[in-house]
Design a protein around this ligand. Structure first.
Ligand SMILES: C[S@@+](CC[C@H](N)C(=O)[O-])C[C@H]1O[C@@H](n2cnc3c(N)ncnc32)[C@H](O)[C@@H]1O
Length: 222
């Protein structure tokens, strides 16, 4: 059967600690996979902040969100056009809009996650349900020299912990296999290990037989 991938585990732990209408953060938007998943998770009444230092990453994220909105609209229009199958003359539109998935408001921020406190609405401080980090460089043709750096990553983790509500979660996917990745991963692990247990609980999800593979550090605020 195998264990869940680190990305799937990050999403599972995040989903278990969030509810529709929550506000969450994608600290490294990249291609927008995590941003979109978060937008679906917290739904139409939720808010997702997505940070990246590269405009290309935000463009890709926006395109992914727009594509999803278009496909939701298309599916809705298709259902609305279908005749009711209930046999009780129920309007089909009522059936479909009730069950329609809706996306959160996504606020794209071109800037470092180290400055996230400055960008997040002050009313939401202490009310953030989850912050996802996926470190490293923009995949799929991005510039591999633009990578997350330990100093800004640690500053961002600190800000994220401050913004989280009690019971909220930070997930951080680490890539020890690329240049600089092992040092950054070690710095994140040390940061998590040094957190007072009264403030937060930390956990590492890793395959000890494959130390070059990506792994996950998660922090739950108490
Ligand atoms: C591995 S990718 C993220 C993948 C993404 N979550 C996805 O779903 O595709 C890492 C991203 O972090 C971004 N990044 C690097 N330093 C950053 C910083 N200080 N603040 C915010 N984003 C940063 C890079 O530009 C890159 O797009």
């Amino acid at each position: 059967m195998g264990f869940l991938s680190v990305l799937s585990m990050a999403h599972k732990w995040t989903a278990e600690r969030t509810a529709p209408g929550d506000c969450v953060i994608d600290a490294t938007a990249g291609t927008g996979v995590d941003t979109l998943a978060l937008a679906e998770l917290v739904g139409g009444k939720g808010i997702v902040y997505a940070f990246d230092i590269q405009q290309e990453a935000l463009n890709r994220t926006l395109a992914r969100i727009q594509e999803r909105i278009a496909s939701l609209r298309e599916a809705e229009a298709r259902f609305t056009d279908e005749p009711s199958v209930s046999g009780r003359n129920e309007p089909a539109v009522r059936r479909t809009s009730a069950g329609r998935a809706r996306l959160a408001e996504v606020r794209l921020v071109l800037g470092s996650h180290a400055d996230m406190e400055r960008h997040v609405d002050p009313d939401l401080a202490g009310r953030i349900a989850a912050v996802m980090f996926n470190l490293g460089y923009l995949p799929g043709g991005g510039d591999p020299s633009v990578i997350t750096e330990p100093s800004s990553t640690l500053a961002a983790l600190d800000s994220a912990l401050g913004l989280l509500r009690k019971g909220g979660i930070i997930t951080c996917v680490l890539y020890p296999g690329h240049p600089g990745g092992a040092e950054e991963a070690a710095a994140v692990e040390q940061y998590a290990a040094a957190l007072p247990q009264k403030l937060a609980q930390a956990i590492v999800y890793r395959q000890p037989q494959r130390l070059q593979s990506p792994y996950l550090v998660a922090i739950e605020k108490r």
